[in-house]
Design a binder for this molecule. Structure first.
Ligand SMILES: Cc1cc2nc3c(=O)[nH]c(=O)nc-3n(C[C@H](O)[C@H](O)[C@H](O)COP(=O)(O)O)c2cc1C
Length: 320
């Protein structure tokens, strides 16, 4: 249902109805496999003289967060909560406690509102519904309920059958640059294009007036997709001076992965499936533990490379 490249024969390690949580094939066309491999080819030199313990504090959309590590735009997880727990709420509680930016994907308005009540600053990502009135209505709802930003996952248009995808029985449709412009202009909230994986789309998103992009392939929706970090430096260069926030997600499993994304020019990074197991097993506490560990790892590498704060990352420490 959610994973475009999902292979029916693959046994899901996740709880819940078959197909609810995407399982990737692990084969050559699986962009997650390549992404992991790419991340692991990046190595880091050491710059310890004069280095001090860094600050992870980060400004996003004019607000200060405790680190550049953000929650993912997950969805549907309330359907798999154990003991009637709502995982969508639990990771929002963790975001609140850790002063992290929270993200939410395809959730109906009532569940989205409940998540906002957890008190974390939250970005809402809306699906590219074929019916634009649903998109506009959900944007307005997010604005009314004080979301920090709103956006659309532009990479969820094709399904694995080569047609427009259908999620929860709701048809998705194409997103034109003009559509994007109209969504941007419909709200005073910062607008995010999630699922940018080329300079071309980054420039079109800029033309549409977005305030942020997420460089992502949505856990491998596109077969044989390039690694988000591979295209990040080119997009960074193309958007130079625009003030557009550049976020990244995809296989971020440790603070070391996060470091590499930040060194290559990301403003902040979302951790997706790496929090899924702790979230489903232990709820809020599991997520807090995982994120704290990732913050330690990020800080460790910053100290090894003489990076004092999140404004000072430098790609010249990387070898790849
Ligand atoms: C259960 C689940 C639900 C998701 N739902 C959405 C969604 O509704 N909208 C969206 O933009 N991305 C959604 N995603 C994709 C994530 O936001 C993210 O792009 C992706 O998981 C890549 O990060 P990762 O490799 O760290 O998991 C979902 C991912 C998972 C695992």
């Amino acid at each position: 249902m959610l994973g475009g490249n999902m292979n029916q024969e693959i046994k899901s390690p996740w709880p819940g109805p078959k197909g609810l949580i995407p399982v990737t094939s692990g084969r050559a066309e699986d962009a997650n496999v390549y992404n992991r491999r790419y991340l692991d080819t990046i190595h880091i030199e050491m710059r310890v003289l004069d280095s001090i313990e860094p600050s992870l504090s980060t400004e996003i959309f004019g607000e200060i967060f405790d680190s550049p590590i953000m929650m993912p735009a997950f969805s549907h997880l309330n359907k798999v909560g154990v003991d009637r727990k709502k995982p969508m709420l639990h990771y929002a509680f963790a975001a609140k406690e850790l002063n992290m930016l929270n993200w939410v994907g395809m959730e109906p308005n009532d569940e989205f509102e409940e998540i906002l009540e957890a008190g974390a600053r939250t970005v809402r990502i809306i699906k590219p519904f074929m019916d634009h009135s649903i998109i506009l209505e959900q944007i307005a709802f997010a604005e009314k309920h004080n979301a920090i930003a709103v956006g659309i996952d532009i990479d969820h248009v094709p399904g694995s059958n080569g047609k427009y995808d259908v999620v929860d029985g709701i048809p998705l449709g194409p997103v034109t640059t003009e559509d994007l412009k109209s969504y941007v202009n419909s709200t005073s909230l910062p607008f995010v294009a999630k699922g940018v994986l080329s300079v071309q789309d980054a420039l079109k998103a800029k033309e549409a007036g977005v305030k942020a992009i997420v460089i992502s392939h949505h856990h491998g929706r596109i077969p044989f997709g390039i690694a988000p970090l591979q295209v990040l430096p080119r997009i960074k260069e193309a958007l130079k001076g625009s003030g557009i926030f550049i976020f990244v997600d995809g296989s971020m499993e440790s603070g070391y992965d996060v470091y590499k994304a930040l060194a290559l020019g990301a403003d902040a990074v979302s951790v997706g499936r790496a929090i899924l197991t702790p979230l489903l097993k232990e709820g809020k506490e599991g997520v807090i533990k995982k994120v704290k560990k990732m913050r330690e790892e990020l800080s460790e590498l910053m100290m090894y490379t003489g990076i004092e704060d999140t404004k000072s990352f430098d790609p010249s420490v990387l070898y790849y």
